[in-house]
Write a protein that binds this ligand. Structure first.
Ligand SMILES: Cc1cc2nc3c(=O)[nH]c(=O)nc-3n(C[C@H](O)[C@H](O)[C@H](O)COP(=O)(O)OP(=O)(O)OC[C@H]3O[C@@H](n4cnc5c(N)ncnc54)[C@H](O)[C@@H]3O)c2cc1C
Length: 415
């Protein structure tokens, strides 16, 4: 049976260790920090959103076109339902937050998930060496020499699961990229993703604390082209926009920021995503003809939109807060409709790697066989999890990708 060295005892490393050891491989995990699964412990506000209720195809689609094509075999091999079932088999019952398709442990304790995965790996026979930061990876004969802080090991196969470079305080400092480049492999420049967005507009800061649970956020580039859209809650903060709806749009902003200031980038918030543009125009037009001169708030009827947000939309249209609609000429009414269906928030960047839930960029997907996660030009070397050029959206998708790629690599590496 082959000896398999796994670098990193995070989500993907623990999963791969259990699968490879169960299949009879001799497995050694080298972990830089004194503990396993630190990001699992921090995840989902320490509740760990471990996967999604979406099916494998729908889940893969959330990684963009290239990501979807790459992840299909992995999600077919280990679907979100398989992840959930396995974690339940390990003794961690789960619950669903249906509106956002999220799966959590019933205990709402991330530590239960981490402990279960760790016990699974160790119970299957994998050994974990802590404080064993890997410094170098060399090919040696048909295998590898792995140089760690406290010694060297040789291995027939190596699974790299060292993660990205976000939240460096959890141990992920982007070490894997240098090893991959050293092997002549293409690494797509890493950028922070799933991270809050910055805005330097004063009026945005004044809305701090306002949460908009039912909006659609659209990311527009300086030429007003639609880059991405997401219907998820958005939160105004003293720095800009947070919440899944904003964070899900952050990777293109971070990429743009690499080549200079992000002047002209904005998020357009559709405050009434269930009401069509024409229907809203008609509604405001009808209201403007009614006696009594109803205000904007009256005309909108049942809405959970805070008055301050409506006032911001009015200001963007050049109107006072909550105007009486019979006093608003048609041209301005149309501007108001535009602002309600696309309140424009200027974006000046992201909060960066320190606050990013994941790293976008990483080992280019065309370097890797998607059916095995083996590097095409380096037989015996597998790359999994966040170290790959994969980034999805918030909702358990990052763990799903980490577990599924780990599953494929471990099955193949243990043969
Ligand atoms: C605050 C926060 C909340 C999150 N919440 C969620 C969530 O609810 N749901 C979700 O799906 N995703 C969530 N994520 C993202 C998710 O945690 C990661 O995508 C996932 O952990 C990636 O798994 P991985 O195994 O590739 O990397 P990691 O889990 O980051 O593991 C990498 C491991 O490699 C080790 N390592 C690094 N360098 C070396 C080295 N040189 N030698 C040895 N070991 C090394 C690290 O110490 C670490 O233990 C969250 C992330 C953060 C930061």
């Amino acid at each position: 049976m082959p000896t398999v060295v796994i670098v990193g005892a995070g989500a993907a490393g623990l999963w791969a260790a259990a699968v490879a050891a169960r299949r009879g491989a001799e497995v050694l995990v080298l972990e830089k920090t004194p503990r396993a699964g630190t990001k699992i412990l921090a995840s989902g506000g320490t509740r760990c959103n471990l996967t999604t209720t979406l099916g494998p195809r729908e889940a893969a689609r959330l990684f963009g076109r290239e990501g979807e094509a790459f992840l299909r075999p992995a999600f077919d091999a280990l679907s979100p339902a398989d992840v959930r079932a396995h974690v339940e088999r390990l003794g961690v019952p789960t619950v669903v937050e249906p509106e956002l398709e999220k799966v959590f442990p019933r205990s709402q304790r991330a530590v239960d998930v981490r402990d279960a995965l760790l016990e699974d790996a160790e119970g299957a026979g994998a050994r974990i060496r802590y404080r064993a930061g890997v410094r170098e990876l060399r090919r040696e004969g048909s295998g590898f020499r792995v140089v760690a802080e406290n010694g060297e090991v040789v291995a027939d196969r190596v699974i790299l699961a060292a993660g990205g470079r976000s939240y460096a305080r959890t141990g992920t400092t982007g070490d894997g990229y240098a090893w991959l480049r050293g092997l002549g492999l293409r690494v797509v420049p890493p950028v922070p993703a799933l991270v809050p967005l910055l805005s330097d507009a004063e009026w945005v800061r004044e809305l701090t604390g306002i949460a908009l649970p039912h909006v659609e956020a659209r990311l527009l580039d300086p030429a007003d082209r639609l880059i991405a859209r997401r219907r998820r809650p958005v939160l105004f903060t003293h720095l800009g926009l947070s919440g899944p709806g904003a964070m899900d749009l952050s990777a293109p902003v971070a990429r743009a920021a690499m080549s200079g200031p992000t002047t002209g980038w904005k998020v357009a918030l559709d405050l009434l995503p269930d009401v069509g543009m024409d229907a809203l125009r008609d509604r405001l037009s009808d209201a403007s003809r009614q006696g009594g001169g109803p205000t904007l708030a009256r005309a909108l009827g049942e809405t959970d939109l805070p008055a301050r947000i409506l006032a911001a939309a009015c200001a963007q249209a050049g109107l006072p807060a909550n105007p009486r609609l019979h006093e608003v000429p048609r041209k301005l009414r149309n501007r108001l409709v535009d602002a309600l269906k696309g309140l424009r928030v200027p974006i000046s960047g992201t909060l960066g790697f320190d606050h990013a839930e994941v790293t976008a960029g990483g080992l280019a997907l065309d370097e890797v066989d998607p059916t095995t996660c083996e590097v095409r030009s380096v037989p015996g070397l597998y790359v999994v999890g966040e170290l790959l050029d994969l980034d999805g959206v918030i909702g358990g998708l990052s763990f799903q990708a980490a577990f599924a790629t780990a599953e494929l690599a471990a099955r193949h590496a243990s043969r």
